[in-house]
Design a protein around this ligand. Structure first.
Ligand code: DP6
Length: 332
């Protein structure tokens, strides 16, 4: 295939993963992928996806390759269809992505991947969209991806409109205004057993705590937003752990139960508590996988990395500053 063929429309992008401090779990509309609760995240500079999108009339169907391996196109075709409808392009697309971290292991590869795809696909199709519009398209592929359109501290609104028109992400604080760091403890690099999408639908149907999670979310998200704007690290950290543990309680009480943790996950939680008790302020959070992300101030990240690296169950440790907006890049 000749990429310089003028009939082929291509664009290239980079987007960064994110982790939620106030978690999203559950949908108020599955078809439109509208979250049941608002969420707040930080974007991670060290975990990135690069993506190339080419609309190609000669290809047979949408295709996705991540690090050379073929993947299912269900989630990305939702995004591509929205871009095709808006741009009136009918061509199928070839996507080639590369992650600099393990795919589908609870490190939010779908967030960075779908954010990168959205930006590149919109550009390749010739659409000139605002970041708010891009985040709404990305949300349809994966709600956490809506947050990765932006850098720094980001809020994804659950909204209340039936059509999802008020469910989009927006930045709440620039990374330069509060340069926190994150230490990522990888306790297993395999793929997760149950996808977030499947897991959260199962939780909504079976956990006795789901309604109270949804009802308490607006106040919790508002408290988190205020703590971030006040640069109150202790408050943000405590709320982060509470949100993480409340979400995992929902997962544990889902039938059949969703236990994404492994022994290494528990050992990292214990180490974070030990570090804190000995005067190193840091807080943990965990998504739908066994990896633990530790939020800290830059002065403490080196000592946290060395303490966490000592744990036998930790296979790899990454350190990250807060990341930038998703953006278009030139082809390499
Ligand atoms: C545990 O965004 O992957 O990471 O919208 O169904 O694609 P879909 O789910 P996804 O779920 C992320 C869940 C989480 C918490 C969070 O990132 O807020």
């Amino acid at each position: 295939m000749n990429e310089s063929d003028p009939k082929l429309r291509s664009a290239h992008s980079i987007a960064h993963s994110n982790i939620a401090l106030a978690k999203y779990w559950g949908k108020r509309n599955s078809e439109l992928n509208i979250p049941a609760v608002s969420s707040i995240s930080i974007t991670l500079e060290a975990l990135a996806t690069k993506s190339s999108v080419t609309f190609d009339p000669h290809s047979r169907g949408d295709s996705l390759e991540i690090d050379g391996e073929r993947f299912d196109t269900e989630k990305i075709s939702v995004v591509l269809d929205l871009v095709r409808t808006q741009s009136k392009i009918t061509d199928v697309a070839r996507i080639q992505s590369s992650n600099n971290f393990p795919t589908s292991a609870g490190l939010a590869s779908s967030a960075s991947g779908i954010a990168a795809l959205t930006i590149a696909a919109a550009s390749a199709a010739g659409l000139d969209l605002s970041r708010k519009e891009l985040s709404m398209i990305a949300r349809r592929g994966s709600a956490s991806a809506a947050r990765s359109i932006f850098g720094g501290f980001v809020e994804l609104h659950a909204g209340s409109q039936q059509d999802g028109s008020d469910s989009f992400a927006e930045p709440i604080l620039d990374r330069e205004d509060w340069p926190l760091e994150v230490v990522v403890a990888i306790t297993q690099s395999g793929k997760k057993a149950t996808s977030s999408t499947t897991g959260m639908l199962s939780t909504a149907g079976t956990s006795p705590f789901f309604d109270s999670w949804v009802n308490s979310a607006p106040a919790k998200v508002a408290e988190m937003r205020e703590a971030i704007l006040a640069l109150d690290f202790q408050h943000v950290g405590e709320l982060t752990e509470q949100s993480c543990l409340a979400m995992h309680s929902l997962m544990f009480t889902t039938v059949p139960s969703l236990i994404y943790w492994n022994e290494g996950t528990i050992s990292v939680i214990r180490e974070v508590q030990r570090l804190r008790a000995s005067g190193t302020e840091c807080y943990f959070t965990i998504d739908a996988g066994p990896q633990v992300k530790i939020i800290c101030e830059p002065a403490n990240s080196a000592s946290i990395v060395s303490a966490i690296s000592e744990l036998p169950a930790v296979v790899e440790v990454r350190r990250s500053r807060l990341g930038p907006d998703a953006q278009l890049v030139n082809p390499k």
